[in-house]
Design a protein around this ligand. Structure first.
Ligand code: ATP
Length: 318
């Protein structure tokens, strides 16, 4: 019977020498899902992708793709996955079309299939006009598109995208997100790493936050935001400019102040106490509070909150 899980990971651990890169990581990705795998630099995201795609050995745990163990069934797994690394693996001197056809050769596609698939992908990625351009001469955004196209030559069921929009300008990133949605609508499961939390929230059904090789939280973006509802956030606008965050942070109930769209975004211990202190502060400064609202935590707020918690835990560990 076909597994309903595209990816199943249980108790995955990996060390580099004495560095614990992954520690008992468990999660699963359903077929047809876009799953965002988030974490700060060095959290272990690339290490996970390398293990899931069979490029790196795990030290412990179970890892399967479409029901097959990655280590004991590598050919089955390689046929079903497409990996888009953050650095392109294509040949700069070969044309776009030739790069795709060559990738098809590596996957053992018959010649006619290689040719038709390359044409189909050039057209899907709007690269028809660049078919004879060497890969190396493309702009960064188009390079990224062709790199994704190359990973789709063998119609994989699961696509790994490692920071697909990093370094792209706004229109290119937006166009690429649309393409990722379309690839997913056409049936591919997408495993995405990104540092752009708005992108993760916009694209994915579920999100995992990895911190120092451990799962900090896993759920829908909405569920994750709910988990930090104890995070009290206020947006405050004063009738005249208050220049510096430390002035506001001098209120005992204000943990952190940052400017946001002409207002101050405040992380506070408790809204009522903060309000009283802010009124007293405004009086002292001779200004009024012209607007004050509570803010719902964004995925980025939640990420920062889990990050702080993860760092505090590590510091507390002797
Ligand atoms: P980034 O967002 O910066 O790409 P990441 O979440 O992908 O980070 P990894 O590249 O998986 O993180 O690295 C996890 C940890 O393992 C880091 O501390 C990194 O320095 C370390 N590491 C990664 N590869 C190796 C290696 N080949 N040898 C030793 N340490 C490594």
């Amino acid at each position: 019977m076909e597994s309903i899980l595209a990816i199943a990971v249980s108790g995955l651990s990996k060390n580099y020498g004495s560095l614990e890169a992954l520690s008992e990581v468990s999660f699963s990705v359903r077929r047809g899902e876009i799953f965002a795998y988030l974490g700060p630099n060095g959290a272990g995201k690339t290490t996970t992708i390398r293990i899931l795609s069979g490029l790196l050995k795990r030290d412990a745990g179970e890892v399967s793709i479409c029901g097959a163990d990655v280590a004991s069934d590598p050919v089955f797994v390689k046929e079903r996955i497409g990996v888009v690394p953050d650095e392109s693996n294509l040949y700069p001197e070969l044309t776009c079309r030739r790069n795709l056809e060559y990738m098809g050769e590596l996957y053992g596609l018959p010649r006619a299939r290689r040719k038709s698939q390359a044409e189909e992908l050039l057209s899907f990625f709007d690269l028809n006009g660049r078919a004879t351009t060497p890969f190396g001469a493309l702009s960064k955004g188009l390079k990224r598109r062709l790199t994704i196209a190359a990973a789709l030559m063998h119609d994989p069921e699961v696509v790994f995208l490692d920071e697909p929009t990093s370094g792209l300008d706004v229109p290119s990133a937006r166009a690429l997100r649309e393409l990722i949605r379309t690839i997913n609508h056409q049936g591919a499961t997408v495993f995405l790493t990104t540092h752009n939390l708005h992108e993760a929230e916009a694209l994915s059904q579920r999100v995992l936050i990895l911190i120092k090789g451990r799962v900090a939280t896993l759920g829908t973006p909405g569920e994750i935001r709910q988990r930090v509802q104890n995070l009290n956030l206020l947006s405050v606008t004063f009738s005249a400019g208050i220049e510096a965050a430390p002035l506001l942070e001098a209120c005992p109930a204000v943990l952190q102040a940052s400017p946001q769209n002409g207002a101050w975004r405040l992380e506070v211990t408790e809204a009522q106490a903060a309000l009283e202190q802010l009124l007293a502060f405004a009086g002292g400064e001779g200004v009024r509070i012209s607007e004050i609202n509570t803010i719902t935590a964004s995925l980025e707020d939640a990420f920062m909150s889990f990050l702080k918690e993860g760092e505090a835990k590590t510091e507390a560990t002797p």
